[in-house]
Design a protein around this ligand. Structure first.
Ligand code: THU
Length: 131
């Protein structure tokens, strides 16, 4: 079962999203192995490509605070299906998440899909490939 608190935090942080252009708020909540939760919302910019997705904001907040070990993430948005993370976020996730780490994707009607990192981005480019 997905962690209910994590899903609720992902939904709640959507209210902080800065989305004047897309008007599409997204929320993410990331739990560290030590039990801390980092949240993130999408933050857009007048120069559109500079915008950052909710998932990456949550991950970068955690990394910048010295946390690198994670055990679960939840992502929420007002979509028909459970919100699928974009390709850039999948690549950033794969840098830090174990292959078997569960990521809970949800919409606002309780439609939820749990995927592992491996399912979200198979055959990903990894640090080991640089050796
Ligand atoms: N977005 C996210 O924050 N996460 C996702 O998983 C999908 C897309 C954001 C990017 C942009 O601010 C808005 O949603 C519309 O694409």
């Amino acid at each position: 079962m997905p962690n209910k608190q994590l899903i609720e935090e992902a939904k709640a942080i959507k209210d902080a999203a800065y989305v004047p252009y897309s008007k599409f708020p997204v929320g993410a909540a990331l739990r560290t192995k030590s039990g801390r939760i980092f949240t993130g919302c999408n933050i857009e910019n007048a120069a559109y490509p500079v915008s950052c997705c909710a998932e990456r904001v949550a991950i970068f907040k955690a990394i910048s605070e010295g946390f690198t070990d994670f055990d679960e993430m939840a992502v929420a948005a007002d979509t028909d299906r459970p919100v699928p993370p974009c390709g850039s976020c999948r690549q950033v996730m794969s840098e830090f998440f174990q292959k078997d780490m569960p990521i809970t994707l949800t919409n606002l009607n309780g439609k939820t899909k749990i995927v592992t990192m491996q399912e979200l981005l198979p055959f990903s480019f990894e640090p080991e490939d640089l050796k």
